[in-house]
Design a binder for this molecule. Structure first.
Ligand code: URA
Length: 481
């Protein structure tokens, strides 16, 4: 008996090399036992060792031909969870040597089984593409997107490039019982899976993330090639979902099909943003009246009122925040609470008169969860940002400022129409359409949340420096006028 030990459940190259050597050494399928390194071997008697095989030089085909069709079938079928798949595929290799048309014999039990396995794998891949929902963990520069998925087959590695392509601009991790896949914007890396018994609920995702975070950025991590090419051909929307998936769907932070799907790395105005260069006939006052009854997303239900932008119609600078907070929701005015006070102080230090700027938010209703007497702020998700974006577009078209300042990640996502990292883009002028410039900086509440006093002072100074870029532009455009 020959024992072949593969490096992993998805070790197609190892299987192919071994199958070639076995076939060329005339070793019958019934004389081979396949196993995977690290798996428990249920064997009776002394442990078996792999007998070295003479590996003939050359391609897989060696002295016999295996069609590209078979290789494609085997590459998918090998991802099936059935432990007999390695033996089945080798049996096919063995039989293909003398029966070249074997794959066309759809009623042949081996062929039928391999095709069924490949189909099940594809089905599972599509299911993963459709059902994975990311939840944002952390805020601002430290945002990371997490999802939990429980695949039926060993598909995570093969499906990860799809997510790398779809969500190229956001760092994400997909946690599964087999293996966890992580994307840092450059490459997909894999770490060990999380036991099903420890499957995180929606609320535990963050905790699980903290625990696994260190290992993900370990240089010893396994890197896999991630040149994403696959696009979903169809979605499996109505498959029964595990409870964790249901919870994640209920709290969707972003989904396939959302505006972030084709996000590039460099920010620029989203092409779909239809802002006419012709003079807008809409004044801020008419827009405010219309927005008062906005029902474009469910946030209006719990909020007190729409908090629309405020400032002079002829403002040269438009400041964009995230969403109204508790104080703003009650008062009906943007940036009047603690973040507003921080903003006022920074504007003053930068030499900008708040009365001369237009101040608004990406999302115009307060999103919160009640905790006793307190209403706890909740970050708006992508569908909510998208639903509210037409108001920003119409405000922009009405005001026609020289400069838009996006404060924080939500504002940047609104202004550029896609997820835009703050650190990479902050502090420099970026062109939007129609000669309008954009400036990305942090949100004033980020400064309020910093626990360390030194960091607070340092970050506040950086925020003021960013606003000074806006002040400079304002001075230059006043001189030019
Ligand atoms: N934070 C914001 O983003 N906007 C406000 O109006 C208040 C706090």
């Amino acid at each position: 008996m020959h024992f072949i030990t593969l490096n992993s459940e998805t070790d197609f190259d190892g299987w192919r090399k071994a199958a070639r050597a076995l076939a060329l050494n005339e070793i019958k399928p019934s004389d081979v036992t396949w196993r995977v390194r690290g798996n428990q071997f249920k064997s009776i008697g002394p442990p078996a060792t792999d007998r070295p095989l003479q590996t003939p030089q050359g391609s897989f085909q060696g002295s016999f031909n295996v069609s590209a069709k078979f290789v494609e079938l085997a590459q998918s079928a090998i991802l099936h969870r059935d432990p007999t798949r390695f033996a089945l595929l080798y049996r096919l290799v063995w039989r293909l040597r003398s029966h070249h048309d074997l794959l066309n014999a759809a009623t042949d039990p081996d062929v039928a089984q391999a095709i069924a396995m490949a189909k099940a794998v594809h089905h599972d891949q599509h299911k993963m593409q459709a059902l994975v929902r990311f939840r944002e963990i952390g805020r601002e520069q430290n945002s990371h997107y997490l999802a939990w998925f429980d695949p039926e087959h060993h598909i995570v590695e093969a499906t990860a490039p799809f997510f790398a392509s779809r969500f190229a601009d956001m760092p994400w991790s997909i946690l599964t019982p087999d293996v966890c896949a992580h994307w840092d914007g450059h490459a997909v890396s894999l770490t060990s899976g999380i036991a099903k018994a420890e499957a995180p609920t929606e609320h535990q995702l963050e905790e699980v993330w903290r625990r696994t975070h260190a290992s993900i950025f370990n240089p010893a991590r396994l890197k896999v090639k991630a040149i994403p090419t696959e696009r979903p051909k169809e979605y499996w929307r109505n498959l029964p979902a595990a409870s964790i998936i249901k919870q994640l769907i209920a709290d969707t932070e972003c989904w396939i099909g959302a505006g972030i799907a084709d996000a590039g790395t460099e920010p620029r105005a989203e092409p779909s943003m239809k802002r006419k260069s012709a003079a807008s006939t809409e004044t801020i006052e008419t827009l405010r009246e219309e927005a008062a009854s906005c029902r474009a997303c469910p946030l209006w239900r719990d909020a007190t009122q729409t908090v629309f932008g405020e400032g002079p119609q002829a403002a040269k600078i438009m400041l964009v925040g995230e969403q109204p907070g508790d104080k703003e929701d009650l008062a009906g005015h943007p940036f009047v609470g603690p973040a507003g006070q921080m903003l006022d102080r920074a504007l003053q230090q930068a030499g900008i008169d708040r009365k001369k700027v237009y101040v608004t938010n990406a999302v115009k209703h307060f999103k919160f969860v009640p905790r006793g007497k307190i209403r706890l702020h909740q970050k708006p998700n992508t569908p909510e940002i998208k639903a509210c974006r037409p108001w920003y577009e119409r405000e922009l078209n009405s005001i026609k400022p020289d400069l838009v300042v996006a404060m924080g990640a939500t504002a940047a996502q609104c202004v550029f129409g896609k997820i835009t990292p703050i650190n990479k883009n902050r502090g420099r002028l970026i062109d939007l359409d129609d000669g309008i410039k954009a400036l990305v900086t942090v949100h004033p509440s980020y400064l309020l949340r910093l626990p360390d006093e030194d960091a607070k002072v340092r970050e506040y100074a950086r925020f003021v420096d960013d606003l000074k870029i806006a002040a400079d532009l304002l001075r230059k455009s006043a001189r030019a006028a």
